[in-house]
Design a protein around this ligand. Structure first.
Ligand code: PXG
Length: 442
């Protein structure tokens, strides 16, 4: 049998690629055909060091045996089971294993297939919770400028990335936004959490007063904003958001699609910051990116409000054909086993110092205007080329790929989030590669 995985497609036209400059890509495609541990391989056999865990998701590293085995066995044994009014053991097993690693008070799991769906699910749960609780006047949702909560209508409504919103009409009504926390003039080159900006949380009081607190259902934020280019919460900020939510009865949703599953060196960002939300949204690292799956994890209190009425009645009119899909559930179990056996959910805390120092060694480069880091996340902000925003960082991405390392860029920011199995020598290799790239691009 010929090995088709490396065959070069002769027609790239039919596939309309997501979040991609399609015409540019198709004129000079970057094709991956294999992956193992810390590396991708291109169709022409070049090894690429993965500095981004795919898209912030392959936390366990690529093609890990436990995950591969679990999927292969499951697909041969039970490929699909109806998700509504039927069950299968692996979905329950995964939920039980998940609540062993989530903050203690969050112990009910609702499955989705992506981060975007987790966000929609969490927003709907929040609204329905208040209504079931006799507080149906709480209909407003509060997000944050520069927030990314996926691409569905709820998510882009509470999200704050202009390009993701501006083409799509009027979005959800009844949404307001906190200010973002990026204060480069005060916080540039901070290591870990920046000193300045906790007071920006008080804007939630202003918003509450404007709309009247009794109309607000929930606040959704990324504990560390990822997609927008890594914005780390100022010291004390998340604590203040939590306090204000408690004071007024708002549910607090942490969107942990990126920060969940060890990215900060703790299982969840909630653990890292010592701030516990009412709802956590997850995806990505849940299956180490291998099979699409997300989960929303909520408190018993939220769950139990729904468990009223006749017991033959569906309690929450929401769910997906693939919620808790057997193959995804098996992948999730294989992933959590891999994390546990290799201590990957806390490995970032051991590497964080090394990572931080190596990353900040690039701070003297003339293009570099800021470096930010937390856990195994890093961001290098570049001075844009005059009149051509985003071009310098994109050039860095292209040059890095040519040199054998995968980085991710957003605007003029290089974002880094390697698999949690990365070794110190590979951190050296990745950052040295970026250092060289910065001297070679314009
Ligand atoms: N919430 C957060 C916080 C995310 O980061 C989503 C929701 C949506 O997840 P799905 O699975 O629907 O894509 C995300 C996704 C990047 C990048 O390079 C980030 C994401 C996705 C793709 C690229 O910053 N985040």
């Amino acid at each position: 049998m010929p090995d088709n995985t490396t065959a070069i497609p002769n027609d790239l036209n039919a596939f309309w690629m997501p979040f991609t400059a399609n015409r540019q890509f198709k004129s000079n495609p970057r094709m991956l055909s294999k992956a193992k541990d810390m590396h991708y391989e291109t169709i022409d056999g070049r090894k690429i060091l993965d500095g981004t865990a795919g898209l912030w998701c392959v936390n366990a590293g690529h093609s890990r045996p436990k995950i591969v085995d679990a999927i292969q066995k499951q697909v041969a044994e039970l490929d699909y089971a109806p998700a509504f009014q039927m069950g299968h053991p692996k979905a329950f097993e995964l939920a039980n294993r998940l609540i062993d690693i989530t903050p203690k008070s969050l112990n009910k799991v609702f499955y989705t297939n992506s981060g975007s769906e987790s966000v929609e699910t969490a927003l709907k749960m929040a609204l329905a919770y208040h209504r079931a609780n006799g507080d149906g006047g709480r209909t407003r949702l509060i997000g944050r400028e520069r927030g990314y909560h996926g691409v569905n209508f709820g998510g882009i409504s509470v999200g704050g990335i202009v390009n993701n919103r501006k083409m799509f009409g009027t979005l959800l009504s009844g949404v307001d936004h906190l200010p973002h926390t990026h204060l480069p003039e005060k916080n540039a080159f901070s290591k870990g959490q920046p000193e300045h900006g906790a007071e920006l949380a008080d804007e939630l009081e202003r918003i509450a007063t404007l709309h009247d607190p009794s109309t607000i259902a929930a606040v959704i934020i990324e504990p560390v904003a990822g997609s927008t280019g890594v914005l780390i919460p100022p010291k004390g900020y998340l604590e203040r958001v939590r306090e204000i939510c408690d004071k007024h009865g708002f549910l607090l949703i942490f969107d942990e699609v990126i920060t969940g599953f060890g990215r900060l060196g703790s299982p969840f960002a909630a653990d890292y910051f010592g701030v516990t939300p009412d709802i956590i949204t997850t995806a990505k690292g849940l299956t180490s990116g291998v099979i699409p799956m997300g989960a929303v994890i909520v408190t018993e209190k939220i769950h139990d409000i729904f468990m009223n009425g006749p017991d033959n009645m569906i309690e929450f009119f929401h769910g997906y054909t693939y919620s808790g899909n057997p193959v995804a559930a098996a992948a999730g179990i294989g992933t959590l086993e891999t994390y546990s056996e290799e201590n990957l959910l806390v490995r970032g805390s051991k590497l964080a110092n090394f990572w931080e120092n190596k990353l900040h060694s690039l701070s003297d480069h003339p293009f570099v205007t800021d470096i930010r880091n937390i856990g195994l996340i890093g961001a290098i902000e570049l001075k844009p080329i005059d009149g051509m925003p985003t071009k310098r960082a994109f050039n860095a991405f292209l040059k890095a790929f040519e040199k054998g390392c995968l980085i991710r860029t957003t605007g003029d920011i290089i974002a880094l989030s390697p698999p949690l199995i990365i070794k110190e020598s590979q951190i050296d290799e990745l950052i040295d590669c970026i250092g060289k790239v910065l001297y070679e691009i314009e």
